[in-house]
Design a protein around this ligand. Structure first.
Ligand code: SF4
Length: 475
């Protein structure tokens, strides 16, 4: 994955969406949610929040920044109760501010509710405009507030029915947690774009975006929530419903390629193992004589291991990543700046000198970083540099909750693979094929969204209705 613009803007070019955690009936509910969010930090670093519930009241602690920075022991002690939900956010729709952070808590005619959302609605704008015309007042620009308004206006009886009534009006990608009236309710959209799993801690239950959170929480996996499934967790136990007609599953393949943590299991497939399989297919499809396989750390590591195993070419660590470059990095003055990617990656010269090197990365977005990596490796003495990408060329933007550059900014939308190779000045460039990618995910082959590679969007989108976050300068 490309890294760019160290400093105030962004460190990556394909951004995660959000992570959600809910805990029901545990004396340390808020603390457990904190641990879950900590494990899901990779899904969003802009803001973190937890809402707990006790005696019909809700308590909120939220802040901008990472989980460990937002929450102190004192703040966690402000979150009493046996149920809590939490959220880490990277804004995919809406602006970036505390007002946009989640979970959202609202009082309405039937009481008080909390909501945490991972995903993006494709018809949020139309619904929002209709609601505003009808007199609704919005406090944020998030899609999630649209859902809150729909629930508040629903005439259906009882909280679960009001949720179903509201979700029947929306289209898009959502894994949602609701907390109200002695329930925590989890809902995964009928196409199952993003993951959601059910776990157990003693007699208590929890819901998490990814299974890696369960390990840190001391929970065991009960099962993954199915696309279109609603689970209601209450004193009556865990009840499951499928209120909407089934749809073709369109799980986001980028969860396997890049977003999810390698130690998570999604749809029964461990993410690290899937990435290794991408690497094996890549080696079969794009083999080249070389002395060494190295990953672009960390996102290319699993695929590079698979590539090396399949090709028989030794794996080694040719680029070392500095893990401590963050938002607070202060760029030096003009005379010594422009060191760009060197801030994050440093080549191991003694290893690379005179070698023919295969470099594995998970994707190329604008290719400016790939170009810098090739230049770094060249200056470290590598004799040949063959860039291999463990996913197909990304030609299309996402509208289902992933912040992507606009289509014009994706180099593969306007350049052939050969042109990209010339641009980054590598000896060769090759990508995994769409077919190879599908073969790598076994039983999920026909159940994945590949729209950013194929343009075949599982839910219709009209590009002009979306305001893509503009994080990057055009190529
Ligand atoms: Fe994932 Fe791409 Fe589909 Fe978006 S368009 S859901 S990033 S596969």
């Amino acid at each position: 994955m490309e890294m760019e613009k160290i400093g105030e803007k962004t460190a990556r070019e394909w951004r995660e969406q959000c992570g959600i955690v809910g805990v029901y009936n545990h004396p340390e509910a808020a603390n457990l949610v904190y641990l879950g969010l900590f494990a899901l930090q990779h899904r969003g670093q802009e803001s973190a929040g937890i809402v707990s519930s006790e005696d019909g009241k809700m308590y909120t602690e939220k802040g901008m920044g990472k989980v460990a920075d937002v929450f102190s022991r004192a703040r966690l002690e402000q979150l009493p109760g046996r149920m809590a939900i939490g959220h880490v956010r990277y804004s995919t729709a809406g602006e970036s501010s505390l007002a946009e952070s989640q979970p959202i808590v609202v009082k309405y005619a039937h009481g008080i509710m909390g909501i945490a959302h991972n995903g993006n609605l494709v018809n949020a704008e139309q619904i929002r405009n209709r609601l505003v015309d009808d007199g609704s007042i919005f406090q944020s620009t998030t899609d999630s507030e649209v859902i809150v308004h729909l629930i508040a206006r629903s005439k259906a009886e009882g909280f679960p029915r009001r949720i179903i009534d509201s979700l029947s009006k929306i289209e898009g990608a959502y894994s949602l947690l609701f907390m109200a009236e002695g329930h925590i309710i989890g809902f995964r959209d009928p196409r199952g774009f993003h993951p959601l799993a059910l776990g157990k801690i003693g007699e208590s239950h929890c819901l998490v975006s990814e299974t890696c959170a369960l390990d840190l929480m001391g929970a065991t996996l009960v099962r993954e929530i199915e696309p279109g499934e609603m689970v209601i967790i209450s004193d009556a136990g865990v009840r499951s419903f499928k209120p909407f007609p089934p749809e073709k599953t369109s799980f986001c393949i980028f969860e396997y390629i890049y977003f999810a943590r390698p130690d998570s299991t999604i749809h029964g497939l461990n993410v690290h193992m899937v990435r290794k399989e991408f690497g094996r297919h890549l080696a079969r499809e794009t083999g080249v004589d070389a002395d060494l396989v190295i990953p672009v750390p960390d996102s290319g590591t699993s695929a590079a291991l698979g590539y090396a195993e399949e090709s028989g070419i030794p794996y080694d660590v040719g680029l070392i990543r500095n893990r401590y470059v963050g938002r607070t990095f202060i760029e030096p003055k003009q005379s010594i700046r422009h060191f760009g990617v060197k801030l994050k990656l440093n080549p191991v010269k003694e290893l690379l000198k005179g070698k023919r090197v295969i470099v594995i990365d998970d994707s190329i977005v604008r290719a400016t970083t790939s170009k810098k990596i090739v230049s770094l490796l060249r200056s470290a003495g590598a004799k040949e540099i063959h860039m291999r990408i463990s996913s197909p060329p990304t030609c299309f933007s996402c509208y289902y909750g992933i912040d992507t550059p606009t289509r014009q900014e994706l180099i593969a939308s306007s350049h052939t693979v050969e042109q990209i190779g010339r641009f980054i000045e590598a000896d060769s460039v090759a990508y995994l094929s769409v077919e190879g990618m599908k073969e790598s995910v076994g039983h999920m082959k026909e159940k994945i969204c590949c729209a950013c590679f194929t343009g075949d969007y599982p839910l219709p989108v009209q590009e002009e209705q979306f305001v893509q976050l503009r994080l990057f300068e055009p190529i």
